[in-house]
Ligand binder design. Structure first.
Ligand code: TRP
Length: 456
């Protein structure tokens, strides 16, 4: 232990407790990915079969990658790019860090736009003009809002500024404090909504949609979507876990923190599924609605429920909080990189990053309206950023991470980090199994899925 503490770099901000680390990591993992992206992907990809494939990826690929990123970050005590350089000096691995920063930049650009929708919908639900009207009216309301010019831009600005405001206060006082209060609150709100939805008359069909797999709906793109979602939801392959792990003390237990993070993320995704699908079926709405699912169907559903106005406020509040604990983690990757590469203060870095993201996010927002004709590879800027980050860059990032930890670091290094220099007991078979997954299974699976998608 003493030895381990000596290795920690002086003056670096850290999380104050392991509960603090856990909520920050879980806060990063649980976000729009769970509440917005997961339900609509489940709906587009046929329900339970997608969920089963998703869970398989979380366990067999997600967890090993999460542990690997943890090892890289905590061992090096550095941000995404510098971490690789510290562990393999003079080699080209730092490129993975640059890709990660690029990936986070693309993600936060569209993430902040969707976060902005959350701001608008929270506002609308407080003004009580959400839960009136039929589903066509709500679909129009959403599409005319999302494709308009000014309002979404203003909301994106508010969301991004809130994110920057938390990141500017640093790791312990900003990120950790915020997450510690918000995550438990989010959990309670989501459970309450799920219970309401599950007990709706006619909700049973939604439950079987979620839990009874229909394998005839599975295609190769189901696998890519499930893998991309596992990466997105666990915030993998994008330097986030590396960056947060670099603020983790040397006596924290990596295996248990990683497993708890993945477990909380999965539980939240399933709760979000249970909150949304039974209600979607009970009111005869199509589950394949797409990105608008949460914003169109839920208000309609709330409108049909006693105390619906109140539930709507709770839900959009939860969505916003979840989005914020994630957006701060995405911004932190970029901010830590800028601070360390250009030797600037946290404040300056946050300001630069804020301005850059504000512009890119603005483009994403406008690409749903006046810029919708600007297409690159047949996709709007918004869809392109989403697709390239979750289905390309994060996968490449994850691939580099598993190759790095599986082949470049020695098994002894891995053992040393996982056992905190032999102070924790971790059985040999577990380390061997993990090394096997990292060396052979994970790279092969990622490559097969990426290639089959390119050929499709
Ligand atoms: N996992 C978050 C979610 O589900 C999104 C997220 C947070 C993220 N940090 C990330 C995605 C870093 C990619 C990279 O909403």
């Amino acid at each position: 232990m003493k030895n381990a503490n000596r290795r920690r770099r002086a003056g670096r901000d850290t999380f104050s407790s392991s509960f603090g680390v856990l909520v920050a990591l879980a806060g990063s993992a649980v976000g729009l990915g769970n509440l917005w992206r997961f339900p609509y992907l489940v709906g587009q990809n046929g329900g339970a079969a997608f969920i089963v494939i998703y869970l398989m990826f979380v366990v067999l690929l997600g967890l090993p990658i999460l542990f690997s990123e943890f090892i890289i970050g905590r061992r090096s005590q550095a941000s995404a790019k510098a971490a690789f350089q510290a562990l393999a000096p003079g080699e080209k691995w730092g490129i993975a860090g640059i890709l990660a920063v690029l990936c986070c930049t693309l993600i936060l650009s569209f993430y902040s736009v969707v976060g902005g929708w959350g701001v608008e919908y929270l506002y609308k639900s407080v003004c009580l003009d959400l839960t009136r009207g039929d589903s066509d009216h709500l679909a129009n309301l959403f599409s005319s809002f999302a494709s308009s010019t000014w309002r979404p831009l203003v909301c994106h600005t508010v969301f991004l500024a809130a994110t920057a405001g938390i990141v500017i206060s640093g790791v312990k006082n900003g990120i950790e404090k915020f997450s510690k209060v918000m995550m438990p609150l989010l959990f309670i709100i989501m459970i309450a909504i799920a219970v309401r939805s599950l007990t709706l008359p006619g909700g049973g069909e939604g439950v079987s949609y979620l839990f009874k797999p229909d394998w005839s709906k599975v295609t190769s793109s189901t696998f890519l979507a499930a893998l991309g979602q596992a990466f997105f939801s666990l915030s993998l392959g994008s330097g986030m876990v590396i960056t947060y792990a670099s603020y983790v003390k040397k006596d924290a237990n990596i295996l248990s923190l990683g497993a708890q993070t993945a477990a909380s993320d999965t539980v939240f995704a399933l709760i979000a599924g249970c909150a949304i699908m039974p209600a979607v079926f009970a009111f005869g709405i199509s589950p394949g609605e797409g990105p608008g699912l949460v914003f169109i169907t839920l208000p309609y559903i709330f409108g049909q429920l006693p105390l619906g106005e109140f539930i709507a406020i709770l839900f959009f509040l939860a969505l916003l909080l979840a989005a914020l604990t994630s957006s701060i983690s995405i911004m932190e990757v970029i901010v830590a990189f800028v601070m360390e590469e250009f030797h600037v203060k946290r404040r300056t870095s946050v300001l630069i990053v804020f301005l850059g993201l504000w512009l890119l996010g603005g483009l994403c927002s406008l690409s749903l309206g006046i810029l919708s004709e600007w297409k690159i590879f047949g996709k709007t800027i918004f869809d392109l950023f989403d697709y390239i980050s979750a289905n390309v860059l994060m996968l490449i990032g994850g691939l580099i991470v598993v190759i790095f930890v599986g082949w470049k670091l020695s098994k002894q290094d891995m053992r040393d980090e996982l056992t905190n220099g032999e102070t924790l007991h971790v059985p040999d078979w577990l380390i061997n199994f993990l090394a096997f997954l990292l060396r052979y299974i994970a790279p092969t699976a990622i490559i097969i899925i990426m290639v089959s998608q390119m050929l499709a």
